[in-house]
Design a protein around this ligand. Structure first.
Ligand code: GDP
Length: 431
């Protein structure tokens, strides 16, 4: 029987807009050997921004999954959108993650959105590493950002390295280690606050706590969301990225979940394939799904799985099965919806962000397109249930719920590009 023998890490990168999430994703894929050419956001050549519109506007709209190895850890990275109009996409992926890298710009520092994201991570008890990016940009102030993290994010954090020549092309990062007495003492005192055992060793032994015990304790407290280790670097120059990657494997990776246990998973994204067939993105928590299995999902539905793909080194590859810990794609579940649970899982943490507050009527430019528009919007609603299609039978109009103007523009372009339907919006009103 097919098995996952390695540790897995289902990772999300969260950040305020422009902090460098997409650039960091590209850098991680490049440094781990999955791609041989580094794409750039500004040139529209990154792996994860694949929608034509994303490339044109240089923003991330839909979550995409890519994977890469760090040593013996298989990382599936779920790129999440940063613009507040797409916060619902972030919400959907949060409850399938093992850990998060929260990116903060060394120039702009902690932003309102960083605080919103941090609060969600704390509420859901999702462990996170903080990555202070753009240390090479003029104006970078790593020390200031550390103070910002303490005062504005109000979490227990700990710097894992020091930056030299901040704000210049030559900015570099030195990882702190066992030879750095100040680092070791600081880390011991911080971790001892949550560990009586560590405190006892610290007080009783003159030589101090052995370094490998400290690191193991740091990993434990990070996974419990008690400490947030802070890494510094530049996604553009590559400085500090090796330390960040080592930190992800050491401090976040898990191999929880029994492949022979009861079936449990969560569908977090729906997509249509090239033949318009439905594809469900699923995170498995326990058990194994095989091709041709009959699967129970949602509220009492069941259907036969016709194909399975898993994410391994870059894009998804066809596989015979998907098991505990993995993220993959399932074909054949025609009625599946975002948020559906597979088997007996209780991992649905529910909606983490407020639902949309705006509504607008969508009207076809050519009245003969009304039916095609309805079908197209129906498919969009499948991928994004929060747009909450509403039909007004008296006025023969279709309404969608919205978070903001950028989302409106995206829906309009998607209708034109993917469905060949020209449509406009009437004025937006509060729900
Ligand atoms: P996202 O919106 O968080 O995905 O951010 P992007 O990856 O699109 O980056 C936003 C802008 O910041 C782009 O112009 C990037 O080229 C730039 N950028 C990203 N990372 C770095 C970095 O480490 N150093 C510098 N100097 N610029 C960066």
């Amino acid at each position: 029987m097919w098995r996952v023998s390695q540790k897995t890490l289902n990772l999300g990168i969260l950040a305020h807009v422009d902090a460098g999430k997409t650039t960091l994703t590209e850098r991680l894929l490049y440094d781990s050997g999955v791609i041989d050419q580094l794409g750039a956001v500004d040139a529209g050549t990154t792996q994860t921004d694949s929608m034509p519109l994303e490339r044109r506007r240089g923003i991330t709209i839909k979550s995409a999954v890519v994977s890469f190895p760090i040593g013996d850890v298989a990382v599936s990275l779920i790129d999440t959108p940063g613009h507040p109009d797409f916060i619902a996409e972030v919400d959907r992926v949060l409850n399938v993650l093992d850990g998060v890298v929260l990116v903060i710009s060394a120039v702009e520092g902690v932003q309102a959105q960083t605080r919103v994201l941090m609060r969600s991570l704390q509420r859901l008890e999702i462990p996170a590493l903080l990555f202070v990016n753009k240390i090479d940009r003029p104006g970078a102030n790593p020390e200031g950002v550390l103070r910002d993290i303490a005062s504005r994010l109000k979490v227990t954090s700990f710097a894992m390295g020091c930056v030299t020549s901040a704000g210049t092309h030559g900015a570099s990062v030195t990882a702190s280690g066992p030879d750095d007495a100040e680092f070791k003492t600081g880390l011991t005192e911080l971790l001892a606050e949550h560990s009586d055992r560590l405190l006892a060793t610290y007080v009783q032994t003159e030589a101090g706590v052995p370094y490998d015990h400290l690191r193991a304790e740091l990993a434990e407290q990070t996974r419990r969301g008690q400490v947030y280790p802070v890494f510094f670097g530049s996604a553009i120059s590559g400085a500090g990225i090796a330390q960040l990657m080592a930190g992800m494997a050491e401090l976040l990776a898990t191999s929880d979940g029994d492949p022979d246990g009861p079936l449990s998973g969560s569908i977090f994204k729906i997509e249509r394939g090239s033949r318009a067939e439905k594809i469900a993105y699923v995170r498995m928590f326990s058990g194994t799904v095989h091709v041709r299995d009959r699967l129970q999902f949602g509220s009492g539905l069941d259907d036969k799985v016709t194909a399975v793909a898993a994410f391994e080194r870059g894009p998804a590859v066809q596989r015979k099965a998907l098991s505990a810990g993995q993220i993959g794609m399932l074909w054949g579940l025609a009625e599946a919806q975002i948020g559906d649970q597979i088997g007996e899982t209780e991992n649905d943490a529910g909606l983490q962000f407020s639902p949309p507050t705006l509504e607008s009527a969508v009207v076809p430019c050519d009245p003969r397109d009304r039916n095609r528009l309805r079908v197209a919007l129906g498919q969009l609603a499948e991928q994004d249930p929060l747009i909450n299609l509403r039909q007004d039978d008296k006025r023969h109009e279709i309404y969608v719920s919205l978070y903001g103007a950028v989302q409106k523009e995206v829906i309009q372009s998607t209708l034109a590009d993917d469905f060949n339907v020209a449509a406009t919006f009437r004025e937006t009103t509060m729900i």
